[in-house]
Design a protein around this ligand. Structure first.
Ligand code: ATP
Ligand code: MG
Length: 348
C-alpha cells in the first residue's frame, strides 16, 4: 500500500499559476463534463497549456492525482502492474521488551501500477500525451471508461480478475495532434469515450499574464515581448509557430541579466533572434533561421520604435539596437547636409 502511494500527488495550486478569464472559462467547462461523469481530453499544439490546465483541473476535482506520461515503450503492464521481483518482509517482535525477535521472508509480489491505483482508490488520472503510447497498451482503458471495470491480468494473485472502478475515478487526457515523432493516432474507440476540448494558443491577456508571472518582468516589458512573439506567430512564416514558452524564455533571460528590452540595446535583439529562430525550426537550416531572424529584427525594431522606449536621439546618431527612429534620422540628415555645405564652400 505504501509503495503504491508513492506515485500519488496531492492536488495543490501550481506556483505562478495565473487564472485569467480564458483559463477560468476552459476549466469550468471541463469541470462540468467531469461532474457529468465524462473524461476530458485537452488536444492542441505545443505550448497551448494542456498539461498545466490538466493539472489545474485535477486540483479542482479535489482528489489525489496520479500522472502517467505516454511512452512508445509502454505495455499494458506498465499501466496496470506486474510481478516485480521480491518483497522482503521483516517482522520485529518486541512482545517481551528485552528480547528482539525478527523474521524475514521473501515473496514474489504483484505491484499495482498507477492506473490500477487510480481505479482502485478513485483518484484522478492525468494521462499526459497519451497518444505517444501504442494503442495496444491503451486498450485497457476502453472498459475502464465505459463499463467502469478493469480487466486485471492473471498473476495478480488471489484477487478477482476484474476490478470495479471506484466511482470517484476521473481521467484527464492530453495530446498534441501536430507532433511529428512517435505518435499513434488516438484510437477512435478511446477518443469516442472522452470529451475532447481543442485548445489553441492563449489569448493576449493570458499569454501576457503567464509571461509576467513566470519571469517577474514588468507588465510593460512583458508586453513588448508578447507583441513580438504573437506577431511572429501571426505572420504564418515559421515552420512551427512560436509558443508562450518563447515569451517566457526571452523574459526570464532578460530578467536574470537585470535588463529590460529598452536598456538591453542589441542584446535584446539577439536574444529574441536566437530564441525564436531555434524555437520555430526543427532542423535549424540556415535559410530558415535567417528568414526568421530577419522577421524578428523588423518586429523588435517596430516594437521598440512604437513603444518609444529608447531614446536614440540623444545618442551619437547611430542606434545600437539597429532601430532607425525618425529622431536619429533627422540628426543624421542635418549632419550630412552641414558636411556637404561646408565641402561645397571649400571647392568654390
Ligand atoms: N495558467 C497558467 N499559468 C501560468 N503558467 C502557465 C499557465 N498555462 C501554461 N503555463 C506555462 O506555459 C508553458 C506551456 O504550458 P504547458 O506545458 O502546459 O503546455 P502544453 O500544451 O502541455 O505543451 P506541450 O504540448 O509542449 O507539452 C509552461 O511553461 C507552463 O508553465
Ligand atoms: Mg504538455
Amino acid at each position: 500500500m505504501i509503495d503504491e502511494m508513492t506515485t500519488v500527488l496531492e492536488p495543490a495550486p501550481l506556483p505562478d499559476f495565473v487564472e485569467t478569464k480564458y483559463v477560468k472559462d476552459i476549466t469550468s467547462r471541463a469541470l462540468s463534463f467531469i461532474k457529468a461523469g465524462f473524461p476530458v481530453h485537452f488536444r492542441g499544439p505545443s505550448g497551448t497549456g494542456k498539461t498545466t490546465l490538466a493539472m489545474h483541473l485535477a486540483s479542482k476535482v479535489e482528489r489525489p492525482v496520479v500522472m502517467i506520461h505516454g511512452d512508445e515503450e509502454f505495455t499494458t503492464s506498465d499501466l496496470v502492474g506486474g510481478e516485480y521481483g521480491y518483497r522482503i518482509r521483516k517482522v520485529v517482535d518486541r512482545f517481551i521488551s528485552r528480547v528482539l525477535k525478527t523474521e524475514e521472508d521473501m515473496v514474489k509480489r504483484w505491484v499495482d501500477n498507477r492506473l490500477t491505483v487510480a481505479c482502485k482508490y478513485g483518484f484522478t488520472l492525468i494521462y499526459d500525451e497519451f497518444t505517444r503510447s501504442r494503442p495496444e497498451a491503451n486498450n485497457i482503458l476502453l472498459s475502464i471508461l465505459q463499463e467502469k471495470m478493469m480487466d486485471l491480468p492473471v498473476g495478480r494473485g488471489g484477487e478477482q480478475p476484474y476490478l470495479r472502478v471506484d466511482p470517484d475515478f476521473t481521467a484527464i487526457f492530453t495530446s498534441n495532434p501536430e507532433e511529428y515523432a512517435g505518435v499513434h493516432r488516438s484510437q477512435d474507440a478511446l477518443r469516442d469515450r472522452m470529451i475532447t476540448m481543442d485548445l489553441d494558443h492563449f489569448d493576449y491577456d493570458t499569454e501576457l499574464a503567464v509571461t509576467q508571472a513566470k519571469s517577474k518582468l514588468s507588465k510593460q516589458d512583458s508586453q513588448i515581448i508578447v507583441n513580438i512573439v504573437r506577431s511572429l506567430r501571426e505572420s504564418g512564416k515559421c515552420e512551427f509557430a512560436p509558443t508562450v514558452r518563447g515569451c517566457i524564455m526571452i523574459a526570464k533571460s532578460l530578467k536574470v541579466q537585470k535588463l529590460t528590452p529598452s536598456r538591453a540595446n542589441n542584446v535584446f535583439m539577439q536574444m529574441c533572434q536566437d530564441i525564436l529562430a531555434s524555437e520555430t525550426s526543427r532542423v535549424g537550416s540556415k535559410t530558415n533561421q535567417d528568414r526568421v531572424k530577419e522577421i524578428v529584427r523588423e518586429l523588435v525594431a517596430k516594437e521598440l520604435g512604437i513603444g518609444k522606449t529608447i531614446d536614440v536621439g540623444k545618442k551619437s546618431g547611430k542606434d545600437t539596437t539597429g532601430v532607425d527612429t525618425i529622431e536619429s534620422k533627422k540628426v543624421e540628415e542635418k549632419k550630412e547636409r552641414k558636411e556637404s555645405e561646408s565641402l561645397a564652400g571649400v571647392s568654390s
